[in-house]
Each structure stands twice: as structure tokens, then as C-alpha cells.
Write a protein that binds this ligand. Structure first.
Ligand code: 5HY
Length: 242
């Protein structure tokens, strides 16, 4: 099966780091393609960044056929719109990580980048029904690209915040709040002796499971393909006919 990992920001080094983590867990026979849009924000740290990045995600899905797709940004930008566009399973890394955490612990915390994106994570916890499982969303106040620029110092920041979560939050697991942290989950799990979950690898394994189960996104209800219509101006290329 072919799984496409889409990094919604345009930073290729972060895409490659996520692909490396995914290759470690992918089943034999799973072909992984990792990509990022040519247009969009270099990092996603606001509602605005998310809104613009979602267009890149949707264009990528329209242009590339795969058996499943992973949206590798912790805000899951464009997830439901993407599920309208294709019956192939589309996994958001936040949703996937929350599911894993809730299956291996009764309470978890999220450790993310900026405080302002922590609020986006809280919105998703509510939307997906995991708010009661999550003790706390913690911010390291690391900008997303700090994970690319100074990985060791970023790791130390993350480790210290995870340590505080372990000491103070009465939790059984930690969810990492950024796709750019995919390379740190194994090391943090070892250092803390507690499960630290990365959404990219979680989403890849869920994608394999759904395709293996022959489970595809329902074409009924609100995830049915969007009604055909003309689009005007710079979005004319999205026009569809009935
Ligand atoms: C992410 N931003 O996973 C989110 C993390 C965040 O560019 N990739 C990004 O801070 O919300």
C-alpha cells in the first residue's frame, strides 16, 4: 500500500525527519511518500497559518493518488475537507496520537511548541472527544522551526517540560504536539520511562490498519464528495461539473 505523508508547512527538512520516523515503524510492503506543498507557511503556529496550509494539503491530495494520507501537522489542518475529497483514509496526527494515548493510559498530557498553538490542541481535544482524557496542554514556547535550527537545545527544552508533566500531572502518557518532534519520541520514552507518543508514526500505523481492514471514508453524509460547482478567480482550477 502507498501512504502519502503530507507536511502542511513548506519546510522540507521537517518533512524528511517525519519520513525517517515513519520508515522505522512502517510494515513491510508499505510504500511511504513524504511531501510538502510548494506554497504556504514555513511553519504553522496560528489559525491563519493553518487556514492557508489547508489549501496546500487539499491540492496535494487532489494531485496525488495514494491508498491513505497522513496530515502531519498537529492542528490536523483541512482534515475533514480532505476526507470529502477522497475515500482513501486520511489521518490527522493529533487525532491519531490522542487515540493511541487513550488506549494505553487513562490520562495524558500534551507537550507542544507555542502557548498559542496549545489552544488549537485544546480545541481538537474537545472536537474529538478527548478533553476528559487530557490533564494538561503544556507549551515549551519553542517556535516550530527551533526544532530544525537547534535540535539538541530543543530536545532539552522538551525533555524538561515532559519531566514536569510526569511529576505534576498524574498521567500515564505524553503526546508530542508537533510533527517536527517525531524524531524525539523514542528517546523521550526511554529517558522518562513513560510512553511519549508521536502522531506521525501513530497515524501511519492507523492508516495501515484502516486499509488492511478495507475501511474507507464514508461517502454518505457530511463527508460525501463536495457538491459540484464553479469556483471563481484564483480558485477556478477547483471548479467541478455535476
Ligand atoms: C506542526 N506546526 O505539527 C504544528 C505544531 C504546532 O508547522 N507543524 C507545524 O505548533 O501547532
Amino acid at each position: 500500500m502507498k501512504i502519502m505523508i503530507i507536511n502542511p508547512n513548506t519546510t522540507a527538512s521537517m518533512t524528511e525527519k517525519m519520513a525517517q520516523a515513519a520508515r522505522k515503524v512502517a510494515a513491510p510492503g508499505t510504500e511511504l511518500i513524504a511531501t510538502q506543498p510548494a506554497d504556504g507557511p514555513v511553519s504553522i503556529e496560528s489559525h491563519f497559518d493553518e487556514a492557508i496550509s489547508a489549501i496546500g494539503v487539499l491540492d496535494t491530495i487532489r494531485e496525488h493518488q495514494a491508498d491513505a494520507y497522513v496530515i502531519a501537522c498537529f492542528g490536523d489542518p483541512g482534515l475533514l475537507a480532505a476526507r470529502e475529497l477522497t475515500a482513501a483514509p486520511v489521518l490527522g496526527i493529533a487525532e491519531a496520537a490522542f487515540h493511541v494515548a487513550s488506549m494505553i493510559s487513562t490520562r495524558f498530557s500534551v507537550v507542544t511548541t507555542l502557548a498559542r498553538t496549545g489552544i488549537i490542541a485544546e480545541h481538537l481535544l474537545d472536537q474529538y472527544g478527548f478533553a476528559s482524557h487530557c490533564r494538561k496542554v503544556r507549551a515549551t514556547d519553542l517556535p516550530v522551526l527551533a526544532l530544525e535550527e537547534d535540535n539538541d537545545s530543543a530536545y532539552e527544552h522538551l525533555y524538561q517540560e515532559c519531566l514536569l508533566a510526569q511529576k505534576e500531572d498524574q498521567i500515564g502518557a505524553i503526546v508530542l504536539g508537533c510533527g517536527g518532534m517525531a524524531d524525539m519520541a523514542e528517546r523521550l520514552t526511554e529517558a522518562l520511562g513513560m510512553p511519549v507518543i508521536d502522531g506521525v508514526t501513530a497515524a501511519v500505523k492507523f492508516a495501515e490498519a484502516l486499509v488492511g481492514l478495507n475501511c474507507y471514508t464514508s461517502r454518505f453524509g457530511d463527508l460525501a464528495p463536495p457538491p459540484a460547482k464553479p469556483f471563481i478567480g484564483r480558485f477556478e482550477y477547483l471548479s467541478t461539473r455535476a
